[in-house]
Ligand binder design. Structure first.
Ligand SMILES: NC(=O)c1ccc[n+]([C@@H]2O[C@H](COP(=O)([O-])OP(=O)(O)OC[C@H]3O[C@@H](n4cnc5c(N)ncnc54)[C@H](OP(=O)(O)O)[C@@H]3O)[C@@H](O)[C@H]2O)c1
Length: 347
């Protein structure tokens, strides 16, 4: 079954639409989820008109035209009733330093950084939150001003022009991966056995985050063996409690996670080597790819009876956390999910 939000396969029990919880068959939702559901059902909130008080955030990438973040974030800003806008700029790496300084000088609320800027941004920000220090990569910047008592806080447009300012770097990607695995696929990460395909940027962060979350065993497979070996060394050094093996497992796994780019094109082969691993050995399969909504891997996994989900949740949760860092308010998740789905899948 394919759901409009890109989730494919069986919804885990208790997350079926119309499922009931609690007494009398009534489903009791926390208030924030009630508001979220309401916001998802009303027509799109209209953005406040741009005026001299409008504040800005933006994503910098190279290229950036494919980015779904402006659609998702502007829908959220309108739903929150903020007189803010979220823009996108194509910034070459050689200009990243100037582009960050420019946004800071204009008192932007903050920035998102996408490929290829995340590592470089970690060297350019004035300070890093723990979330960015751990991964050495920054995908979110909040601009801050310092008050008379020396405290840093979100940049205020009313702060005196001479107030010191700084850029504080965060990383919301790693948490988004595990949140998607928990919420979209209901995988219990502590003690899990995972087969991870891919040791590029996203694969490395996923492996380290899974180990940090208490995964018991990781099997690593990557086309370039040296990258998988380097990642295995890093994992063993930083998370000795997690057992790491190179190659495919002989037995079952709780999760197969595809972090390769195989599947982006319809004629791509499966990322699992033929005969090396039967998809029926995996309870759940997550593909970081979200376009197409159902890759050949997810289709085959669904046919093999696995729970499946695509990478849309990762994109959603990293954006939701960035918005919360900027606004200090809970992100309107349902509104963001709907805007993302409409932008990516056109429905
Ligand atoms: N949902 C989201 O929000 C989100 C976020 C980030 C990334 N992603 C997706 O995750 C995937 C990886 O992204 P990334 O940033 O990690 O990219 P990356 O750093 O370029 O890594 C690409 C990975 O794919 C492997 N690969 C590429 N072509 C291959 C081929 N023909 N055969 C076998 N393996 C191949 C690479 O293996 P080698 O090491 O041998 O080159 C590497 O492991 C992409 O599909 C991307 O779209 C999704």
């Amino acid at each position: 079954m394919r759901f409009a939000d890109g989730f494919v396969g069986r919804r885990p029990r208790g997350r079926q639409q119309g499922s009931s919880k609690g007494s009398g068959g009534k489903r009791i939702l926390p208030l924030n989820q009630v508001v979220d559901c309401y916001l998802a059902r009303v027509p799109d909130a209209l953005p406040t008109p741009i005026d001299a008080s409008t504040r800005y955030c933006a994503v910098y990438g190279f290229p950036v035209r494919h980015s779904a973040s402006p659609a998702m974030q502007n829908a959220a800003l309108a739903a929150l009733g903020l007189n803010w806008r979220y823009l996108a700029f194509e910034v070459p790496p050689a200009k990243l330093r100037e582009a960050i300084a420019g946004a800071q000088a204009m008192r932007f609320v903050g920035l998102n950084l996408t490929v290829p800027h995340k590592l470089l941004a970690a060297e350019l920000v004035d300070a890093m939150d723990d979330s960015a220090k751990v991964w050495g990569a920054v995908n979110t910047i909040r601009f801050e001003t310092q008050d008379a008592a020396g405290q840093w806080g979100p940049a205020s447009p009313s702060a005196p022009a001479a107030s010191p300012m700084r850029s504080l770097g965060f990383n919301t990607d790693a948490d988004a991966i595990t949140r998607a695995l928990r919420e979209d696929l209901e995988v219990t990460l502590r003690g899990a056995t995972v087969l991870l395909l891919g040791a590029g940027g996203a694969g490395r962060v996923a492996a380290l985050k899974l180990a940090e979350e208490g995964a018991a065993k990781l099997f690593l497979v990557n086309r370039t063996a040296a990258k998988a070996e380097a990642l295995a060394d890093e994992l063993s050094r930083r998370f000795p409690g997690c057992r790491v093996e190179l190659g495919y497992p002989g037995g079952t796994v709780d999760l197969l996670l595809n972090a390769t780019s195989l599947g982006l094109r319809v004629d791509d082969p499966l990322p699992v080597a033929a005969g090396a691993f039967d998809l029926g050995q995996a309870s759940a399969v997550y593909d970081m790819i979200y376009q197409p909504a159902e890759t050949a891997l997810l289709r085959a996994a669904r046919a093999a009876g696995c729970r499946t989900a695509n990478g849309l949740g990762m994109l959603l949760y990293q954006g939701a956390r960035a918005l919360e860092i900027w606004t200090g308010q809970p992100a309107p998740l349902a509104v963001m999910r709907r805007a993302l789905t409409e932008h990516v899948y056109g429905h």
